[in-house]
Design a protein around this ligand. Structure first.
Ligand code: C2G
Length: 138
């Protein structure tokens, strides 16, 4: 039987346990895991700010996780169907903050939304670091 390929997408900025868990659980849905890491330009267009870590650093971090078999740069949210076809993905897995958003590819592959890990996010980590930074010495 052919190997089952899982695809997932994300920014994976300031890598944290929520990212690791979703990648581990995504990998468990098949035999190989392909990850689309969103480009700096895509992030800027979505969020109006650059990620803390550049796309090449984010690609390097995600590529070095043992459950990840291949990584590519996601240039546009509109290209989901092309990426799924290009990598021959059988399943698309995302956290459930994206629930329903990728159902439009369900004619190409299965679509699975996994429960998001509560109480952790890149934004909260950045805010925590900013608010706990010591006041400058007068
Ligand atoms: N995630 C999670 N639990 C968290 C935080 C994130 O399960 N506490 C999951 C998200 O649901 C997503 C993945 O981790 O499946 C990556 O999250 P982000 O880096 O925040 O990615 P995002 O900016 O949502 O980009 O085409 C889709 C986009 O590229 C997704």
């Amino acid at each position: 039987m052919a190997a089952k390929t899982v695809i997932t997408f994300g920014t994976f900025d300031v890598l944290h346990v929520g990212h690791i868990r979703v990648l581990n659980r995504a990998a468990a849905h098949g035999d190989q895991l392909v990850v689309g890491v969103s480009s700096d330009a895509l992030n800027f267009s979505k969020k109006g700010r650059n990620p803390v870590f550049s796309q090449s650093e984010r690609v390097e971090m995600v590529s070095n996780l043992k459950v990840v078999d291949a990584v590519f740069v996601e240039e546009s949210l509109e290209l989901k169907r092309d990426y799924i076809t290009q990598f021959g993905a059988d399943v698309l897995v995302m956290g459930d903050d994206w629930s329903g958003k990728f159902d439009f590819v369900s004619d190409l592959c299965d679509v699975v939304y996994l429960p998001r890990t509560p109480s952790v996010s890149t934004t909260a980590i950045i805010e925590h670091i900013v608010t706990t930074r010591p006041a400058p010495v007068a």
